[in-house]
Design a binder for this molecule. Structure first.
Ligand code: HSE
Length: 298
């Protein structure tokens, strides 16, 4: 039996559209064993109500991508999934599915693929690499997609940093959230994001968290997306009022992410109280960074 753990991820991080991401300690689990014939998929959490349990399943399809690439032909498969990453909320659930399937399939086939191979395959399936890179590698990642491969840097994050995920009850599909973005932006907005994403990456790598607030500004996607996300501006303001280093829309949304650190002990209680008073639709979960990425476990 192969068991794999794969982290949730938070992409963009404000200005780093399609190129920055971080892995978080909230995990999906994939178990797979070869059987004599057929396909059985069990999902042991509430996502079993809406995720397919047949050949359409993303984890299964991703496993098949590995088998096709390396010519491995299992007789049958029994797959068990535990999905703790909420689906369609901007926390990398599809990347976790793809990377979980690729990593488990690779292990079942005797590990013919390297981690970089898995990353490149995952990015091809997902279409962009800012979630799959931290899902495979862990830590804070910067990536660019070349024609043949993903170039990336992974930086483990300091233990004290916390990511406060403010997750709404409503869903927002990435496809819809991307469809409202303009095809062209003014040159000054592109310049703004280039500088801000570079400063944010340098601040996270150097541990200079004082700069995060100045660095986390964005003009490429958040302003366009906020009409799909009720209360977004209000929640950003609340996070800053409670001492967040920076606040951004996680991936394509709708989850809002506040970067804090362990010394801000009041953040959870103060924010949860304020959210409850404003709207009962948003729920706060404090997450630590994950520095391992997708791993086989016992
Ligand atoms: N960079 C992507 C977006 C993240 O903002 O659309 C979604 O996975």
């Amino acid at each position: 039996m192969i068991n794999v753990r794969v982290p949730a991820t938070s992409a963009n991080m404000g200005p780093g559209f399609d190129c920055l991401g971080v892995a978080l300690q909230l995990y999906n689990y994939v178990s797979v064993e070869e059987t004599d014939s057929g396909l059985q998929i069990d999902i042991v959490d509430s996502s079993s109500r809406f995720l397919p349990r047949d050949e359409r399943n993303l984890v299964y399809r991703s496993m098949c991508a590995v088998f096709d690439l390396c010519g491995y032909r299992p007789r049958g498969l029994h797959i068990t999934l535990e999905n703790n990453v909420p689906v369609t909320r901007g926390l990398g659930s599809s990347s976790a599915g793809i990377v979980g399937g690729l990593t488990a399939g690779n292990a079942l086939a005797g590990n013919p693929l390297s981690r970089d191979d898995i990353l490149n395959l995952a990015a091809r399936i997902e279409g962009h690499a800012d979630n799959v890179t931290p899902a495979v590698m862990g830590g804070f990642t910067v990536n660019v997609c070349g024609r043949r491969k993903i170039s990336y840097v992974k930086q483990p994050l300091h233990g004290g940093l916390r990511f406060a995920a403010i997750i709404p009850e409503f869903k927002l599909a990435t496809k819809k959230s991307r469809s409202i973005l303009p095809s062209f932006v003014p040159h000054r907005d592109a310049v703004y994001n280039a500088g801000h994403s570079a400063l944010l990456a340098a601040s996270l790598v150097s541990g200079d968290y004082e700069n995060i607030r100045a660095a986390i500004g964005d003009r490429l996607h958040q302003n366009y997306r906020k009409r799909l996300i009720p209360h977004m501006d209000e929640i950003f303001r609340l996070c800053y009022r409670n001492g967040a280093h920076g606040v951004y829309l996680s991936g394509a949304g709708p989850t809002i992410m506040a970067i804090t650190d362990e010394s801000n002990r009041n953040f959870n209680a103060a924010m949860s109280g304020a959210l409850n008073r404003k709207t009962k639709q948003w729920h706060l979960t404090i997450l630590e960074p994950d520095n391992e990425g997708a791993v086989e476990i016992n």
